[in-house]
Write a protein that binds this ligand. Structure first.
Ligand SMILES: [Mn+2]
Length: 451
């Protein structure tokens, strides 16, 4: 990404900032619409914090997906400024028809209308300037640069929470994300240190290890008994917390974990002035993610705008619940495995708790090699008379030619269903009665893709 592209994006964001400021100064309530995942919630958080800091008011709504009907409904609202975070780039034309001004702070691909011709709309999106919206900046980052002109460096940590939520920081942090990180570190808002990437460090170590999925630890992640056995094998107590280990025990643990996955010792980013449970940016993002997945949107937004009592407690409980279901799900595929076709494998559930996690369970299953990484995983959840499908595979399989977006999309078409997504992760919906035929077609398409 060139400096020039970033410069143009920041200029566009400054335009958005002036409009937002102007409306706050006129005492207009800002109508904020954002997405329900951890990026969308932190994007809303950045925007709403910035508005209140200026003495302004906002009305925020969190939704799972921006649909045409929703934008149509907004047309009857009398707000003078609408701000769309982590969404909106799909409908600049419809958004431009809203009364008053609109700002779109999105980082998703733009198809069709780029929204440049509407005078009442400021469209901030890295793709407009040839930047990579999947790696360079997230929705919370675009929101951050769009309020940066109002002196909001203190929100830089929250701006990166969304980038972690959208998995933009698993490797090198780049582009606008890097700029936000540097700004935050310079201002003392964000700290960087090298550490063991173990989740839930306040739990006994064997539990904490079994709750650690990023990176995945073979034989340990999702497997409390496996974690116990691993610790015992190296003469380490499993019932105490990591912080209670003697320095040489910590070193031994680090050494042995690195043998399993070198990525387990890596840079950790934290917001030192945050509550302990939110301090690690990845923990923060996990809590917001759990709020979103449980449809507790107001809890998520409340946490982002600084509520630290009930909302945070609830967020922590939801994250714990989610983590426990995930461990159960991993245990399930550990015991049951997947059903094999020639070129794909599938897992199937009718269980309510598992249904929400099928995609995640598939990804982790592949990483832990509980599921064969050389065959795409098709995860199927039965909902009444339809099935919801998530497909997951690996980079090496993509390089061999696999494209799950095409495979699921094409196969779904044969049954009047719909599907699409990315080459590496895609989804589809088809009638339940066509399940087996659908799987056969996906199997066949993937077979053709590989050969
Ligand atoms: Mn996003």
């Amino acid at each position: 990404m060139s400096q020039e592209a970033q410069h143009s994006l920041l200029n566009r964001a400054d335009e958005a900032c002036s409009i937002i400021k102007e409306h706050i100064n006129k005492d207009h309530i800002v109508r904020v619409i954002s997405h329900n995942d951890s990026d969308g919630l932190s994007a809303a958080g950045v925007m709403c914090n910035a508005i209140s800091k200026q003495g302004g008011k906002f009305h925020v709504t969190i939704i799972p997906r921006l649909k045409e009907e929703f934008v149509q409904k907004l047309r009857s609202e009398r707000y003078k400024l609408f701000v769309f975070c982590d969404m909106g780039s799909a409908y600049p034309d419809l958004i431009a028809k809203l009364k008053g001004n609109s700002v779109i702070c999105d980082h998703h691909q733009i198809h069709g209308d780029d929204g440049e011709k509407y005078e009442n709309l400021v469209h901030v999106n890295p793709h407009l300037f040839g930047m990579d919206g999947t790696r360079d900046v997230s929705g919370s980052g675009v929101s951050y640069i769009s309020v940066k002109g109002m002196d909001n460096t203190d929100l830089s940590g929250l701006a990166l929470v969304g980038a972690f939520g959208d998995m933009q920081c698993n490797d090198e942090i780049q582009g606008v994300n890097k700029m936000i990180l540097d700004e935050g570190m310079k201002a003392g808002i964000i700290e960087e240190h090298e550490s063991l990437k173990i989740a839930y460090k306040e739990e006994p170590i064997y539990k904490a290890l079994s709750y650690s999925f990023n990176p995945a630890l073979k034989g340990i992640s999702g497997d409390p008994e496996g974690a116990k056995a691993f610790l015992e094998e190296h003469g380490l107590s499993y019932g105490i917390k990591l912080e209670d280990f003697a320095p040489e025990e910590k070193d031994l643990l680090k050494e042995e974990l690195i043998k399993i996955n070198p990525k387990v010792f890596d840079k950790i980013y934290s917001i030192p002035r945050e509550a302990p449970q939110l301090r690690d940016i990845e923990d923060y993002s996990r809590i917001l993610d759990a709020c979103g997945k449980n449809k507790k949107y107001s809890t998520g937004v409340s946490i982002c705008i600084g509520e630290r009592e009930e909302a945070l407690d609830e967020g922590i409980k939801l994250a714990q619940k989610y983590r426990d279901s995930l461990v159960k799900g991993i245990d399930w595929i550990n015991k049951e495995g997947s059903i094999q076709l020639d070129n794909i494998q599938y897992i199937y559930t009718e269980d309510k708790e598992k249904k929400r996690l099928m995609g995640t369970i598939s990804s982790i299953g592949i990483e832990l090699e509980i599921l064969d990484p050389n065959k795409p995983v098709i995860a199927i959840s039965k909902m009444h008379d339809i099935i919801k499908i998530s497909g997951r595979t690996t980079m090496p399989m993509i390089q061999k030619g696999v494209d799950l977006s095409y495979a699921l999309g094409e196969a779904a078409k044969s049954f009047n269903g719909s599907g699409g997504g990315h080459t590496i992760a895609a989804g589809a919906v088809v009638p339940f009665k066509d399940k087996d035929n659908f799987l056969d077609i996906v199997d066949e398409i993937v077979g053709t893709q590989i050969n």
